[in-house]
Design a protein around this ligand. Structure first.
Ligand code: N01
Length: 653
C-alpha cells in the first residue's frame, strides 16, 4: 500500500522535494547501499546546487533497460556512496533546506548525463513534464467555464481500470459531473480480472504508475497483481472517485441523439435491472484485453475436469498434486507456468509459437528498504529514477522494429539492428538451456525478434521447462476429450485441469456493447474488423465519444500504457473544454482528418516488424493480417499531437 507521509513530518511545497531527513548517519548509510547510484548523484545536485556531481569522474558508463547502476564499477559506486553520505548528513544537519532549483541548462545536462547519451531537444519538454521537477502536474486541464455550464455536461466513463480511473480523476479536477460504470466489483480493470498465479507487470513500477502519484511504496520492482490492484484502489481513495462509480454494472448500449446532443447510456446492474444514464460525452475506458478468447478446439466442452481461462482464474480449484494442461504460452502462460510448477504433480505446456524474451535478471526482485527511503527522502530521486526507467524504452525500440527493405534475410530479421537483437536474445536463451538441443530448437522463435510482445525474463520460464515434471509440447492440438488433450500425431496428454492462457479478443473494440452514433450508425458495423480512430481517440459519426486505449494505441515498442493514457486523457479534457467553455453541443473528427491519420498509421505499421508475414499468429493482427491495435508512432510524436486538440480537426456543432 502507499504510505502516507509519516505523522508530524513537514510536507514540502514541491511534493518531489523529499521529506526532511532526520535519520542518523548509520541509517542513511544503510539506505544508500540499495539505491541507484547515478540517480543518487543527481539528487546531490539538487541538495547542494553544485554541478560537480555530474562533472567529475564518477558517472554512469552505459544504459540498458532496467539496469539502474549505469554499469558503474563497484569501486565507483562505493566512492559515490561515501561522498553522498557526507553530503546528505550535512543537508540533514542544515535542516534539509534546498537551494534554488538547478538552472534549465544544468537540468538539460543532468538528463543526458544520466542516460549516457545526448537526449535530443524535442524529448526534453516531454521528459520534464513526466518528471514534474517543478512539482506541477502539467497534464491537469483547468476549466474556466461557470459551474452551470459544467453541471450541464454529465460524462459517462465506461470502465474503471487504469484509464477509467484516470478519466475520473481528471473529470473531478475539471468539475464536470461524471459516472464511471464498471462491470467488475472493484477497481483495476485488467489488474482486477487477471489474478492468475504469477501475474505481475512487466514495465518497471516506478514508471508504471501515474506521473502525479507517489511511487515510493512498491515492494517489488515489477509488482504482482494484488499490489497493483491495491495501488489503484488507494489512488481511487485519495482522489475520492469511488462515490462516482457504479460497480457490478455493465454498459449495454450507448445511443446518440442528435436533437438533444446527448448519449443515452443503458446500463445493466448485477440484478439485471436496466437504467439509462444521459450523458453529453462518453469516454470508453474498456481496454483492449478484457474479453477472453477461448480456442476453437474440437471437444473443448467434453473435458471432464475443471477448465478456465487465465483471466478468469478459478481459485476454488486446488492445483496441488494435479496434472495440469496449459494451452497457450504468451505473456500470461509465461508467468503462470513458473508460478504453479512447484505445486502441481505435472504440467504440460502447449505452445503454438515460441516467444522472444528480454533478459531482465531483476524481474522478480524485491525493492530494498533503502530504495524506499531514498524515494521518500532524497530530493527528486524518484523523479530521476522514473526518467531512468522511461528513457531506454522510449522510441529506441522502434529502430529495432523498423523493416529495412534491403535486408537480405527477412525470415530471420527485418534489419541489421533487428538481427543483432535476435542474436542477443538467442544467446540469452541458449545460455539458459545448456546442452539440450531438442529444447533449444523448441524455444527459439522462428520469426524476427520483437515481432510479437517481447517478454521480460529472469530465467524462470526456461528453468520451469527444464524440470522433469514439466513438458513443452509444440505440436498442434487435434482435439480435447474427457481425459485431456490429444495432439495431431495422436499423442494423449491426460490432465485433471486445463488452463486456457489463450489471450483476448483484442481487435473487437468496445464489444459487445451496442454503440450507435449519428443517424443510428452502429460502431461495430462502421469498424468491422478494421477499427480506427483519429489519434486512437475520436471516431467520425460518433460525436462526443472518446476512446482511451482505443484502436492504434497499444504499445509494442516501449513506454507504458499509463503514459499513453495520460496523453489521451489530457487530449480528451481539451476536447471537453472546447465544448463546455465554447457552449458547443458536439464535436467529432473531420472524415478527411481521420482518414489521413488512419492511412498514415497503416503505412507506418506496414514498415514495422509486427506486420511481417512470417509472424503467423499474433493478437496484434486481425484475420486479414492487418494491425489495428498497435501504435507505430514515436512516443514523443504522440505526446506532442495529444497535448491539446486542434479545433480545425473537428466538426464542431
Ligand atoms: O495472450 P497472447 P496473453 N491453439 O495472445 C495461444 C498483456 N499481458 O494473455 O502465439 C493453440 O499473447 C497463442 O499461440 P500463438 C500483453 O500485452 C501482459 O498471454 O498465437 N494455441 C499464445 O501462445 C500480452 O501481449 C502481461 O501461436 C493458441 C497464447 O495462446 C497480452 O496481454 C501479462 C490458440 C495467447 O497469447 C496478451 O497476453 C499477461 C489456439 N487456437 C498479459 N489460440 C504482463 O505485463 C491462442 N493460442 C507481464
Amino acid at each position: 500500500m502507499m504510505p502516507a507521509t509519516p505523522a508530524g513530518a513537514a510536507q514540502p511545497a514541491n511534493p518531489h522535494a523529499g521529506i526532511a531527513i532526520t535519520d542518523d548517519d548509520a541509517t542513511i548509510a544503510a539506505a544508500l547501499a540499495d539505491v541507484s547510484v547515478p540517480t543518487l548523484l543527481l539528487s546531490l545536485v539538487h541538495m547542494t546546487g553544485d554541478p560537480q556531481y555530474v562533472r567529475g569522474a564518477l558517472r554512469p558508463q552505459g544504459l540498458f533497460l532496467n539496469e539502474v547502476q549505469g554499469f558503474m564499477s563497484p569501486d565507483d559506486q562505493a566512492e559515490a556512496r561515501r561522498i553522498a553520505l557526507d553530503v546528505i548528513c550535512r543537508f540533514r544537519d542544515a535542516g534539509s533546506v534546498l537551494p534554488p532549483p538547478p538552472a534549465p541548462e544544468l537540468i538539460r545536462e543532468m538528463i543526458s548525463w544520466l542516460v549516457c547519451e545526448d537526449v535530443p531537444d524535442e524529448y526534453v519538454p516531454m521528459m520534464l513534464e513526466e518528471m514534474e521537477l517543478d512539482g506541477a502536474d502539467a497534464r491537469k486541464v483547468a476549466f474556466a467555464a461557470p459551474a452551470a455550464a459544467r453541471d450541464d455536461f454529465p460524462v459517462v466513463v465506461i470502465g474503471c481500470g487504469q484509464s477509467g480511473l484516470l478519466a475520473g480523476i481528471r473529470l473531478r479536477e475539471a468539475g464536470l459531473p461524471f459516472t464511471i460504470v464498471e462491470k467488475n466489483p472493484g477497481v483495476g480493470g485488467t489488474w482486477w480480472e487477471n489474478s492468475y498465479p504469477g501475474c505481475r507487470v512487466d514495465v518497471g513500477n516506478h514508471f508504471y504508475c501515474y506521473s502525479f502519484e507517489p511511487s515510493d511504496h512498491w515492494t517489488e520492482f515489477f509488482a504482482q497483481q494484488p499490489e497493483i490492484q491495491a495501488y489503484f484502489a488507494e489512488v481511487m481513495r485519495r482522489h475520492e472517485i469511488e462515490p462516482h462509480v457504479r460497480w457490478n454494472t455493465e454498459v449495454v448500449s450507448a445511443v446518440w441523439d442528435d436533437a438533444s446532443a446527448r448519449w443515452d447510456v443503458t446500463v445493466r446492474a448485477a440484478d439485471g435491472t436496466e437504467s439509462v444514464l444521459p450523458a453529453r460525452a462518453v469516454i470508453s475506458a474498456v481496454g483492449q484485453l478484457n474479453r477472453p478468447s477461448l480456442p476453437d478446439i474440437a471437444g473443448r466442452d467434453r473435458f471432464a475436469g475443471p477448465s478456465f481461462h487465465s483471466a478468469q482464474w478459478d481459485h476454488s480449484v486446488d492445483l496441488h498434486g494435479k496434472r495440469v494442461a496449459m494451452i497457450g504460452a504468451g505473456a500470461s502462460g509465461f508467468q503462470i507456468a513458473p508460478a504453479i510448477a512447484d505445486e502441481v504433480a505435472h504440467l504440460t505446456v502447449f505452445q503454438r509459437t515460441a516467444q522472444w524474451m528480454f533478459p531482465n535478471p531483476n524481474y522478480h526482485e524485491r525493492v530494498g528498504p533503502g530504495v524506499q527511503w531514498a524515494l521518500r527522502h532524497l530530493p527528486f530521486y524518484g523523479r530521476w529514477y522514473r526518467f531512468l526507467l522511461f528513457w531506454p524504452g522510449c522510441d529506441g525500440g522502434l529502430a529495432a522494429a523498423r523493416v529495412d527493405p534491403a535486408w537480405p534475410h527477412p525470415e530471420r530479421a527485418v534489419s541489421e539492428t533487428n538481427d543483432i537483437t535476435r542474436e542477443i536474445f538467442t544467446a540469452w536463451i541458449a545460455e539458459q538451456v545448456g546442452d539440450d538441443p531438442e529444447l533449444l530448437a523448441k524455444v527459439v522463435p522462428d520469426y524476427p525478434a520483437t515481432g510479437k510482445r517481447t517478454l521480460q525474463d529472469n530465467g524462470s520460464w526456461l528453468q520451469t521447462l527444464r524440470r522433469d515434471d514439466v513438458d513443452l509440447v509444440r505440436e498442434g492440438i487435434d482435439h480435447i476429450d474427457e481425459r485431456g488433450v490429444v495432439t495431431v500425431s495422436g499423442e494423449r496428454h491426460d490432465a485433471d485441469v486445463i488452463v486456457y492462457a489463450t489471450g483476448f479478443q483484442a481487435n473487437k473494440f468496445l464489444w459487445p456493447m451496442e454503440i450507435r452514433g449519428r443517424g443510428g450508425v452502429r460502431l461495430a458495423e462502421q469498424w468491422g474488423d478494421e477499427p480506427s480512430a483519429y489519434l486512437g481517440i475520436t471516431v467520425p459519426n460518433f460525436p462526443n465519444l472518446f476512446c482511451m486505449y482505443g484502436p492504434g494505441t497499444n504499445l509494442a515498442h516501449g513506454g507504458s500504457l499509463i503514459f499513453h493514457s495520460e496523453c489521451q486523457m489530457r487530449y480528451i479534457s481539451g476536447c471537453l473544454k472546447l465544448l463546455v467553455e465554447g457552449g458547443r453541443r458536439s464535436l467529432e473528427p473531420r472524415r478527411e482528418v481521420h482518414d489521413d491519420y488512419d492511412a498514415r498509421t497503416q503505412r507506418e505499421l506496414e514498415g514495422l516488424v509486427w506486420s511481417q508475414p512470417s509472424i503467423r499468429h499474433s493478437w496484434f493482427k486481425n484475420a486479414a493480417g492487418r494491425i489495428r491495435v498497435l501504435s507505430p508512432w514515436r512516443l514523443v510524436d504522440y505526446w506532442a499531437w495529444t497535448r491539446e486538440p486542434n479545433p480545425d480537426d473537428f466538426v464542431v456543432d
